[in-house]
Design a protein around this ligand. Sequence first.
Ligand SMILES: Nc1nc2c(ncn2[C@@H]2O[C@H](COP(=O)(O)OP(=O)(O)OP(=O)(O)O)[C@@H](O)[C@H]2O)c(=O)[nH]1
Length: 619
Amino acid sequence: MLKKIFKQTIQINQIPKYFLASPKPNFPIDKIRNFNIIAHIDHGKSTLADRILEMTGTIVKGEQYLDKLQVEKERGITVKAQTAAMTYEYKGEKYLLNLIDTPGHVDFHYEVSRSMRSCSGSLLLVDACQGIQAQTLSNYEKAKDNGLKIIPVINKIDMPAAHPEEVAENMQLQFDVEKEDIHFISAKTGVGVDGVLRAVVEKLDPPKADINKPFKGFLIDSWFIKDQGVVMLVQVKDGCIAKGEQIMSCAFKKRYDIFEVGILNPEMTPQNSLTAGQVGYIFTNMKAVSDARVGDTFHKPDEEVEPEQGFQEARPMVFAGLYPDDPEDYMQLEKSIYKLALTDPAVHIYKESSAALGNGFRCGFLGLLHMDVFKQRLDDEYNLDCFLTTPSVPYRAKLRNSQKILEVENALMAPDDGLVEHYEEPLAEATILCPKEYVSAVMNLADERRGEQKEINIVDEKRFKLKYTFPLSEIITDFFDKLKSATQGYASLDYYHSGFREAKIKKLVILLMGEPVDSLSFMVHERRAHDFGKNICKKLKEKLPGQQFTVAIQAKLGSKIIAREEIPALRKNVTAKCYGGDYSRKKKLLERQKEGKKNMRSIGRVQIGKDTFVDILKN
Ligand SMILES: Nc1nc2c(ncn2[C@@H]2O[C@H](COP(=O)(O)OP(=O)(O)OP(=O)(O)O)[C@@H](O)[C@H]2O)c(=O)[nH]1
């Protein structure tokens, strides 16, 4: 008998805790809807998000709420995704809607994929004047890939140039949508927005979540609050979590004490707990935002869960050197950029020093806009004079007689050509939409940029869609500007990074009087090398002060000289004009010359001023 009771006790102890007391959800899972808004840049995502927040009484009528950063306000773009929870009453029942705003720019693709993972549907927003654009197409494809339901919405119907019927027809042609499902709205005036909210409740599924399973939180975003620490935004996949409990990261196996949990309403609003299906924040004793890796799964330390799979992590694809204008500001710059990076975990920073530019940093960004935004925040928030060097992409070097693949983010660090079996360059999959009369101009430009055409299709009576694989290096700098000017501003472009491919990449070094100038080393494709080398040699010839002997400037690719310029000898005597006995003037001039020499670097017999390097390397 005793034995039997003992056995039963053991069995009860073995029953997982979560079965013993079924926790009460804050919100019934079937009354929760998680959704995002996907659209081409400027089609009105933030305006619609604000209108929805107003109509659900989450914010009072006022200025744009979801674009928060100063730089976002100035540029009118969304950089950081913001999430907001709101309650909406429908047919006498209360629903919890979690809206995940997403940035529109190509650099922030990873933010879009992050929001897709936590939603069951997307509002596909198209501007009634501009119609479908490249990003509308690629975001739609991504949403479909993630199994999301689509609610088609045509915005800006209040504008005189709007042609909503035509846009609706195109949407039916391009997407798997029915005419009667399309919502015609003005996010500005609010017309039609209530219908969109009703569709969110009616058409989208509640999240797949189970309150009775162990707590599992999927990290969708994280940010740093000054003097307080890291805030993690999680979607509670299963179970529940409350203040005072501990959580553990699947990726780093580190434990954290929970100080606060809550929802973004849209300000941080503390709650007693977060339960299955909710999207909310967790505030712990975590100090570094790098420990909050987006896509990581969190669980309670004494419970095991299967981590969520397949999440794409943000990876820097554009690298540039960051140097202080005045070397004395180096320490200040170091402090500032590390502080700024705490709020922007997508930026990668390494120390770098260059014979020409002194001590600085190599920074990795998601793309050019991300780089500009970082630099502008550095200017706005820290008031530092610094400059960025021309951006480049990371290459991979497969070493000879070795399985090793070396990441080359800076030509200065590239191994000797003899050691490299081959290089691989990063690629981008691009979607371009343009009027049919510009198709051949686009094709010519794509060809110039080593693009490989994958697809060409008619979008509507007037426009074509072209898909290309490009080397990323060919499109990160001026490609969009060139595309716009080739199509009188009518083309739209969207791209995402898509892996690496073997390419004829070589290191190009500039020689002065036969001596290599390390700081003037670049990774270039063979096809581009000649023009590139010629251009740098020409620039140097213009910038270099005359010397008392002929200076040869050469561009060397591998063992071959591919471009050459010469600066003829110049006998320059700074005191020549000071004839006679004006000794003090002569002395002053000589001193000034000496002062200038302090900023000079010697390359063999040639002296180059720091400004010359800055002129050539500056972005
Ligand atoms: N007339 C009119 N203008 C609108 C409407 N919706 C948005 N706009 C305007 O369109 C511009 C872009 O709107 P945003 O909401 O900032 O666009 P967005 O898609 O969030 O832009 P990104 O965050 O940069 O992708 C703003 O000037 C808005 O005021 C609308 O329904 N009617």
